[in-house]
Design a protein around this ligand. Structure first.
Ligand SMILES: [Fe+2]
Length: 444
């Protein structure tokens, strides 16, 4: 919510700042966008007397909360602000139009004056860098998540414009992600369930990376191996940059030609990674090459060598399927975690490595953390701990009362004498498990 409101404010502020450079003061287009930015600033303030936005590096914070989406979306604007010496903006109720105008002009460098009316104050820095940057808990994870998205975006932009890239950045963020995921497995797996409809490939890649790291830990891989695997997992679909967008987002059945385009992404990805990989990182290219090869080698591309697909590729393929199935696409609704696990089980031995499927199910539990279950009472509970056996399911919180009312705070409850009648997607349940877990301060 606050992420969205901050994005609205920044969006209008950015437009206002751009238009300052183009139009005279009283131009209607400029007047309108300054008005919009002022309204958005006051919506962002909501009922509070004051709120502050802090910029540190590429990250944007509203009070102490990092805003991953806004940080990425306004990357350029944040840099421009820092270049103008602005690293915090404090808004005071009610923000005046004059101050918004002055801020936009200051950012556009059409004026050197900072807002004069005192409803917007610059550089008060209410939070110190160390206060905001302590990499603990879910916030640190979210930051790693956002940085991974950033790296992926950078790599795909480079590929798209045929520029070279190197894997140093990817390796660094993946190391952070590995550390975070290993120290907070439950929260990480949950983070991977934060589904986003847009930018599907990016979010999907980071999710697959997190799930692959968690699964690698379950099977006992050493941390050094996990780091190598994670680079492959993060970049496994990078070859999709070469697939025409129209085909990637095609809502219906693919024809032969479109299908042939899709099937090239493992080779394309492997070639790009190989070109960029440092010695010792080639395994990431193998993962990209083989992630659709299937356990029985009947997938694509056709493997000309006789060995089975690499263990890392089989592992990524398992995580890939699970995440793809639990994500809503334009042409398909999301499956619940439980049904996605069933699909994995059905394909165990042919499409997927059966041992890895078993371990994966053990890892996420029959009802993974964040699962939303409808009970015979009509109430909806969310699972907050891992369980192998549904009859042992104990850590649940009530999120919707039997009368359908959304609880402002989830209440710990029990499943004793209750029957689970259905598992719901977050869309259907109308709740966001990731936000709820954050509220509950789950520490894995
Ligand atoms: Fe793929």
């Amino acid at each position: 919510m606050s992420d969205q409101r901050t994005r609205d404010f920044f969006n209008h502020l950015r437009s206002a700042s751009r238009q300052m450079a183009l139009y005279p003061e009283e131009h209607p287009a400029l007047v309108e966008v300054v008005n919009k930015a002022t309204d958005a600033a006051n919506v962002l303030l909501d009922d509070s007397a004051e709120t502050s936005i802090t910029i540190i590096g590429d990250s944007l914070y509203l009070e102490r909360t990092i805003l991953p989406h806004a940080s990425l979306e306004f990357n350029r604007l944040l840099r421009d602000m820092q270049a103008r010496g602005v690293d915090s903006v404090t808004l005071t109720s009610r923000v005046s139009r004059g101050d918004v105008h002055d801020l936009a002009a200051f950012l556009a460098a059409t004026s050197g004056d900072v807002p004069a009316e005192g409803t917007i104050r610059l550089n008060e820095r209410p939070y110190s860098r160390s206060e905001l940057e302590t990499d603990t808990g879910f916030t640190g994870l979210r930051r790693s998540y956002a940085r991974s998205l950033d790296v992926l975006r950078g790599v795909s932009l480079a590929l798209d414009s045929d520029e070279s890239f190197d894997l140093t950045g990817a390796t660094w963020v993946v190391e952070q992600l590995v550390e975070q995921t290993l120290s907070q497995p439950a929260a990480s797996v949950l983070l991977s369930t934060m589904k986003s409809h847009d930018e599907y490939t990016f979010y999907h890649s980071v999710n697959v990376c997190i799930l692959a790291i968690a699964l690698a830990r379950m099977v006992g891989l050493a941390e050094e191996e996990i780091k190598l695997l994670a680079v492959g997992a993060l970049l496994h679909d990078i070859g999709k940059v070469r697939v025409p967008l129209q085909t990637l987002q095609w809502p219906g059945r693919l024809d032969t030609e479109q299908w042939a385009e899709i099937k090239l992404h493992p080779q394309e990805g492997a070639a790009a990674i190989l070109a960029a990989a440092a010695p010792g990182q080639e395994i990431a290219a193998v993962v990209a090459f083989e992630h659709h090869a299937r356990y029985d080698r009947q997938g694509y591309p056709n493997l000309t060598y006789s060995r089975p697909a690499h263990f890392f590729s089989r592992l990524v393929s398992t995580a890939d399927t699970y995440d793809a199935l639990t994500t809503r696409r334009s042409y398909r609704r999301a499956e619940t975690p439980n049904r996605a696990l069933r699909v994995l089980l059905q394909g165990a031995g042919s499409l997927y490595d059966p041992d890895l499927v078993q371990t994966f199910i053990k890892m996420v539990g029959v009802y993974p953390v964040g699962s939303l279950l409808e009970l015979d009472t009509g109430g909806i509970v969310m699972v907050t701990g891992n369980h192998q056996d549904p009859s042992e399911l104990a850590d649940v919180v009530l999120v919707r009362a039997p009368d359908g009312l959304l609880l402002s705070e989830p209440e710990p409850t029990t499943l004793k004498d209750r029957v689970i009648v259905d598992q719901l997607t977050s869309d259907r349940a109308g709740v966001d498990p990731a936000a709820l877990i954050e509220q509950l301060d789950l520490d894995g």
